[in-house]
Design a protein around this ligand. Sequence first.
Ligand SMILES: Nc1nc2c(ncn2[C@@H]2O[C@H](COP(=O)(O)OP(=O)(O)OP(=O)(O)O)[C@@H](O)[C@H]2O)c(=O)[nH]1
Ligand SMILES: [Mg+2]
Length: 321
Amino acid sequence: MSEAPSGADLGRRLRDGDLSVAPAVLNLVESRPAQEAGEVEALLHEVAPGALGGEARAHVVGVTGPPGVGKSTLLSELVRAWRERQRSVAVLAVDPSSKRSGGALLGDRARIVSDPADRATFIRSTAAGDRLGGLAPATRAAAQALGAAFDVVVIETVGVGQSETEVAEVADTVAVVVQPGSGDVLQFLKSGIMEIPDVLVVTKADLGTVAQRARRDLLATLRSIGERATQVVCVSSVAPVQGFDQLIDALDAHRAGLDLPARRLAARRAGAVADFHAEHGDRGLRALGGRRAALRALDEEDPALEVPALTRALEARAGAT
Ligand SMILES: Nc1nc2c(ncn2[C@@H]2O[C@H](COP(=O)(O)OP(=O)(O)OP(=O)(O)O)[C@@H](O)[C@H]2O)c(=O)[nH]1
Ligand SMILES: [Mg+2]
């Protein structure tokens, strides 16, 4: 048996565009023993902006929405549409099933389907973090690492209301998937419970005019709260499949309008605070003066630092106060 490649080795290979290391990268970031933490840090160091000479190439897309809305079916089609455009795609699906109470929907649940022989597609499910709607630290690390090699990295999470907030910390673009005729998203948007998504996707357009009506209602609501930038796209993920060109255009348009370095820097800082919180709890965060103070403190750190180095900077501060 050959030894597992080191974190630095994996990072260098990602930097060279080697997509075949994706499974090994996931195994490393999901590994439990604490001695692997140094390896994860070495991996992330190799794919930090300092080593890459700029931000990672990938478009990091968050896809979120309530259970059963059709996210996985949509992603099967979206991955296919991206691959037709010669873009390599990694999907990190966050599986909350251990937390799900009802389970009635599970029987109806679709898997993301992809061509197993295609080396430029990588799909992996990981367990959700401990915090409600939380992204596991492994998912954040995997997104950062794979972003150095893949053209698109998708993070799929279940939920609506809170979950897009955490996804928004990591992703360049957040797409929220909604069911036609579901009024709750309208209410969430109006009441401010929900952060405004970058793209809204109405699924199951094959079911008829109800999808177009949902799109008009969502657009009217967005206008009424002064949000004109969010695009609303209708798709059908089952035959006749439709809407995926428009969806890709909407995602690309959002990415093209981004201040990417600013968004990525904010993502790394939020990731460091999340990792610090996971490790040291509410008490640790209080020692730093709370979440906002922790984020402000990171303003003083080198913008090119990778997440584990930022987390250590927070730990040093917490120890010093
Ligand atoms: N008619 C129609 N059915 C769809 C469409 N997309 C998904 N479905 C169906 O909706 C059900 C749920 O789809 P999933 O893709 O599993 O939904 P999900 O959001 O991933 O669900 P969870 O992973 O459980 O949160 C399945 O039976 C799909 O076949 C669509 O565009 N049209
Ligand atoms: Mg699913």
